[in-house]
Design a protein around this ligand. Sequence first.
Ligand SMILES: Nc1nc2c(ncn2[C@@H]2O[C@H](COP(=O)(O)OP(=O)(O)OP(=O)(O)O)[C@@H](O)[C@H]2O)c(=O)[nH]1
Ligand SMILES: [Mg+2]
Length: 298
Amino acid sequence: MRRWAAALRAAAGPAAGPGSCRSRFDFGGRDVASWFPGHMAKGLRQMRGALRRADCLIEVHDARIPLSGRNPMLQEALGIRPHILVLNKMDLADPHQQPIVPLVAKLVSNSPRYQRAENVEYCIMVIGVPNMGKSSLINSLRRLHLKKGKATAVGGEPGITKAVLTRIQVCEKPLIYLVDTPGVLPPKLEDVETGMKLALCGAIRDHLVGEDIMADYLLYTLNKHQQFRYVQRYGLAEACDDIERVLKHVALTLGKTRKVKVLTGTGNVNVTMLDYSAAAYEFIRAFRAGHLGRVTLD
Ligand SMILES: Nc1nc2c(ncn2[C@@H]2O[C@H](COP(=O)(O)OP(=O)(O)OP(=O)(O)O)[C@@H](O)[C@H]2O)c(=O)[nH]1
Ligand SMILES: [Mg+2]
């Protein structure tokens, strides 16, 4: 019987279906020490020296391995230096993989918890400016780890979450609760441009900023980043920096018109006019939905 099983395995070969996947990988007693080339030790020494002169660190890491291989030597400086973690190659990472829970578990277990040290459960507050996806993140973690449905409201406009909510369980082992919070803007925005970027990302209500100026800033930004997808989408002949001309094409393409009564010498006439305001909203909406291309505003 065993011989048959062995023969079947041999016949199936290494390219057998998913049912035959190995549950463990045999590393064959390899030693990772030999994977550290000599020049890197020298590089690390030089970096230690250079760190003293650095004001900020940008750590570039592969989004596919947000936890593995982060250099502990760099951690020494991280407490005192501003630290930006850029998760690069996002297009290659699995969008369903969520590294947040293991990261939270590691961070909490490695830092002092003071009066909370006795608690077995972890409590994490999710913060940020409005409409960034805080509530969506909580729901998706809960779906992923507990297979449970939506626990907090999500929506395409700022201010959906209006208060600090009761904690929401998202994981069993470790026992993790997330606290959803209302999005809050800094009391004093750095400058108008910062506000405009926040508005384009939906963090500030459109009517407070004005859809016309937002559409114009969007056009400026798209041109600056040479993101010209709007040209074809709205049937323009070429890239253009005149918002009125662009909105005219948006309105024509999408049929955004409104009827206006005009008084003439011979009586009232209904005239169909292009609705620039509706066109501006469409332009902004298309950008938010990603239809005008991927753009990083900062
Ligand atoms: N394209 C894209 N949209 C997302 C993502 N995450 C969330 N959204 C959308 O962003 C919008 C805001 O999501 P919410 O989760 O309500 O954002 P919030 O930060 O809780 O907002 P407030 O409660 O208003 O502070 C919704 O329309 C979501 O569908 C994402 O990863 N990609
Ligand atoms: Mg919310």
